[in-house]
Each structure stands twice: as C-alpha cells, then as structure tokens.
Design a binder for this molecule. Structure first.
Ligand code: SF4
Length: 518
C-alpha cells in the first residue's frame, strides 16, 4: 500500500528516520514551499532562498534515486491568489492521492505540527510518527530531566550532556578542570580593532539555487534583504565544508572574541553554522566531535572549543527541550506586560543609532547577526523599549535565516525579551549604552553619547535603560541579580527620574511616529 512521507523544510537530513524504510516503488515524498508561511510577515528574501533551495536540492536527489516527490514550488502559486499554508496543501493532496498511511517526523514548530496532524486525523488516515534523531536529547529525555525541578538551569543540563556523551571529559572531570571558561571569552577589540579577519566561505549558487533566487526576487521584491547576495550552504556536503572551514580558520579565536562587536564586521570569528544545523543539513555530533578533536590535537584552545560546544550540546538542546516542554502556553507569555510594536528601523535599518544601524546592515546583508548583536544590541533595544515579546519573536523568525519556531521562541521571546519571566534566564538582560561602548567601537561613530540619559545627545539605550528599571521597579526590584542596577536607580532624585521618564516618552513618540531616525 502506498504511503506519503512528509518532509518539511527543516528536516533535510538524508539520514533521518523519515528515510529509514523509504521504498521508491511504493512511497511518495511530499514537500511544499507554502506561500502563506512565506508571506505571513516580511520574510527576508535570503531566508526564502535558503529554505526553498535546500529543499529543491533534496527533491532532486530523491528524484535521481527514482523516488516520486510531490513538490509544490512557489512558482506554482498564482500571483495574487490567496496564500496557502502547508496544511492547506496537505489537505488537498491527501484527498487527491489517498495514501494508505502518512509518515511524519517530529516538527520544529508546534503550530505546524498540530495543523498537519489535524489534517491527517480528520481524514482518518493512519499516521506513522517518527522521532527526530537529529537532536542528542529527545523530547522525552528532556521532560524526564526537567521533572520535579523548581527551575531549569542550562548549566546542569549541559554538564549532564557532557557526561552522558563523554564530551570534553577527563574521566569524570571536565577537561581543563572547569565546566566553562567564560571569563576568557569576553574580550573587546580595543582601539586597534580586530585586524585582518579570516574570510568566511561563500557558496556560489548553482543553477537550481539561481532559479530560486530569481523567483524570490520577482515574487517577494518588497521583502527585506536581497536574494542576489545569497551564499549559504544548501546541501549536506556544503554544510560540512562550512564546518571544516570554521574549525580550521576561526575556531581558535572564536572564544576570546565571542562577545566583541566591531562595526562593518558582522561575521568576525563566528561559526555561522546555525542555518545548516537548523535545516538539519549538518549533524550536531559532527560539530562537537570536530571541535573536540581540534582541541585534542592542539589546533584550538579549550576556552574556544568549550564555548562552541556549549552552544551546540548545551544551549541548543536545552532550548529545544524547553520549547516542547512549555508549548503551547509559552508563546503567550508576556511577563513584563510589554505591548509596543517593533519600531520601523528593525525592518529597514534607518536609524541614527550607530550600533543598531550597523547590526541592521549586517542583518539585511546576510540575514544574520552574531549572538551578542542579537542579544545585546537588537534584542536589548526591543526589550528596553517595551516591544511585545511575541512581536519580537515574529520579527526574529522573519529576518534571520536560521530561525525556526523552537529556536526562536525560547531565545527571542524568552531569553532576549524576558517574556517568560525567567524560564530560560534568571533576569532580563538590561544594560545601558555603556555596555555597548565597552564591547564595540560604535559609540565613537554615533551622534549620541552613551553616558547621557537625557538631553539632545542622550543615548536612547541609556535613557530606556533607566526608564526600564523605573517602570519595573515593583516587579523586578527584589531580583538579587539586579540589586546593583536598582541601587543605582535609587540614588537618582525624583526630579532626575521624572526627567528620564519624559525623555523615554518623547523617544517612544518619535519612534512610533517616524519609525527611523531615533
Ligand atoms: Fe548605540 Fe548609544 Fe553607542 Fe549610539 S551612543 S552607538 S545609540 S550605544
């Protein structure tokens, strides 16, 4: 009997459970580029190219092996017709093809998983459900670990994963005598800057990808970014080449400069492997093994290797666990009661704030920002400004090539905006312009002064930082990890605090009215 094997855009691992028993003579693979998901927000053009090009490469590989692939390409959707979701397409195809069974694997998006399962269930078609082996901790593993814990601390989960998989261990002790070396990973570049930087690999589009670029440029011309600049891996072989390049050329310096920002250098020593990981073109085990091997061979220092491995084996698995443990309620959380819309410069980069203009330029060019720009420039501004955490997540999903719902919600709504009130972090990441001044060279190029909270040259970060503490004093004043900040706030006179409130209100009005120019 015939089966329909559903393969989603973030399930492109050729070794996944979906393909364990694929029978070219009997089964069909189903893949869809959905116009509804592509046009729900102003999705970065390169994000559309990434997903569609990577999907089409898998489609053609499967067809090359004689597998029938039911494939809906974006060009098949008549321009002007109502957008159609994955679930819409699947419903039609189930009615048309009438498979005896549907094979599906755990999704990366709660809503999509629900919607697709509902369409299948409504038709009474049996569902063969598969675990996603891409992850080192299954949903059930994580739930078992979390059970009975008062708080979920990434560090304990990470240590367990290190021990379970024997990663960077010497007997039962962590390599180098410590679980983390973060104190070595916070350097700024200083006045002389980063010097000559290793080039990042460029994956030139082949004919298949070039076709996607043309289609996206035509259909989504008004979306942010330019599809023509696309140069990301779209096959497993390219993804492995990107990993090799990182291990050899950038991993050795990655740790030390992990938190540093330098204007005009959006990529620095970062791995930029998250697109390949999150589309499952790259196996996280390969990343972990190769990084550890580089350290054991004396090709990269432990602070860099441990910092990288913690992201892959610790943080990434942890937030995926949190997502499946807490959904669907997690998406609704808004602990700080923030209600603002995203200021317009988050879409077009039109702002006089040098740090934000620089981060936005990188984001528009590459669909990427490294973690400290995401968290401490773009994310920090949104949080201090008071953006609704789900609106921030939607923006994050639209603008970043590597965002998938399970990645974005805990990172964007949770860690960055503190919307979850402390599930993934213990306090909001609040900092003033002084932090950005310490970690980057942006302030020297800016018309604002990071030290000033009020007046014509007041740095909006600094204004909003004090305003944030002032607004949330009742709710957050008792948080031990914010004591230092609140003590400083309480040193300000009532008159100073009132001036800050007025400056923040004026800034919000300006940004809401004009979008850019803040
Ligand atoms: Fe950013 Fe403020 Fe520094 Fe300007 S002064 S670059 S707005 S932190």
């Amino acid at each position: 009997s015939n089966r329909l094997v559903v393969v989603l855009g973030d399930q492109l691992d050729r070794q996944s459970a979906l393909f364990d028993d694929l029978d070219a003579g009997r089964d069909r693979v189903w893949m869809t580029e959905a116009s509804a998901e592509a046009s729900r927000d102003a999705v970065h053009q390169q994000r559309l190219v990434l997903f569609f090009a990577a999907m089409r490469h898998l489609r053609d590989e499967l067809r090359g092996r004689g597998v029938t692939v039911e494939y809906h390409a974006i060009e098949d959707h008549p321009p002007g017709a109502a957008p159609r979701s994955l679930a819409d397409h699947l419903a039609d195809d189930l009615d048309r093809l009438r498979p005896a069974e549907v094979v599906m694997m755990e999704c990366g998006d709660w809503q999509i998983e629900q919607a697709l399962c509902a369409v299948i269930a409504e038709r009474g078609i049996p569902l063969d459900w598969r675990d996603d082996r891409h992850f080192l901790a299954s949903r059930a593993d994580f739930a078992r670990w979390a059970e009975g814990r008062r708080s979920l601390t990434m560090e304990y989960f990470y240590r367990l994963m290190r021990k379970r998989y024997g990663v960077l261990m010497e007997g039962d002790q962590p390599a180098g005598g410590a679980w983390n070396f973060d104190k070595d990973n916070r350097a700024a570049f200083g006045a002389e800057g980063p010097g000559a930087l290793p080039a990042h690999p460029q994956f030139q589009p082949d004919a298949l990808t070039a076709g996607v670029i043309a289609a996206v440029r035509e259909r989504y011309a008004d979306h942010p970014g330019d599809a023509a600049d696309f140069n990301q891996p779209v096959t497993p072989a390219q993804a492995r080449a990107a990993l090799d390049d990182f291990i050899e050329h950038r991993l050795p310096a990655f740790g030390t400069w992990q938190d540093a920002i330098w204007t005009g250098e959006p990529l620095l020593f970062h791995a930029r492997l998250s697109t390949s990981l999150n589309l499952h073109l790259l196996d996280p085990r390969d990343c972990i093994e190769q990084a550890e091997a580089a350290w054991r061979a004396g090709r990269a220092p432990l602070n860099a290797v441990e910092g990288f491995i913690r992201q892959v084996l610790g943080w990434r698995e942890f937030i995926r666990g949190v997502y499946w443990l807490k959904m669907p309620d997690y998406a609704e959380l808004n602990a700080l009661g923030h209600e603002q819309a995203m200021p317009a410069f988050f879409w077009d980069g039109d702002t006089e704030m040098a740090c934000l203009a620089d981060a936005m330029e990188g984001l528009l060019t590459h669909g990427y920002a490294h973690h400290i720009q995401r968290l401490m420039v773009l994310g920090l501004f949104a949080q201090l400004y008071g953006v609704h955490p789900y609106a921030f997540h939607r923006w994050h999903m639209a603008m970043y090539l590597d965002a998938v719902d399970w990645v974005s919600l805990p990172n964007a709504l949770g860690m960055s905006q503190f919307g979850d009130g402390g599930v993934v972090g213990t306090k909001p990441y609040c900092a003033s312009g002084a932090y950005i001044d310490r970690m980057s060279n942006a302030c020297a190029q800016c018309r604002y002064n990071p030290k000033k909270a009020v007046g014509d040259t007041a740095c909006p970060f600094t204004t909003l930082y004090w305003d944030f503490l002032d607004r949330h004093e009742a709710q957050l004043g008792g948080n031990r990890r914010l004591q230092f900040q609140f003590r400083n706030l309480q040193r300000k006179s009532d008159a100073e605090r009132s001036e800050i409130r007025q400056a923040a209100a004026a800034l919000r009005t300006r940004l809401a009215d004009h979008g850019g120019g803040g």
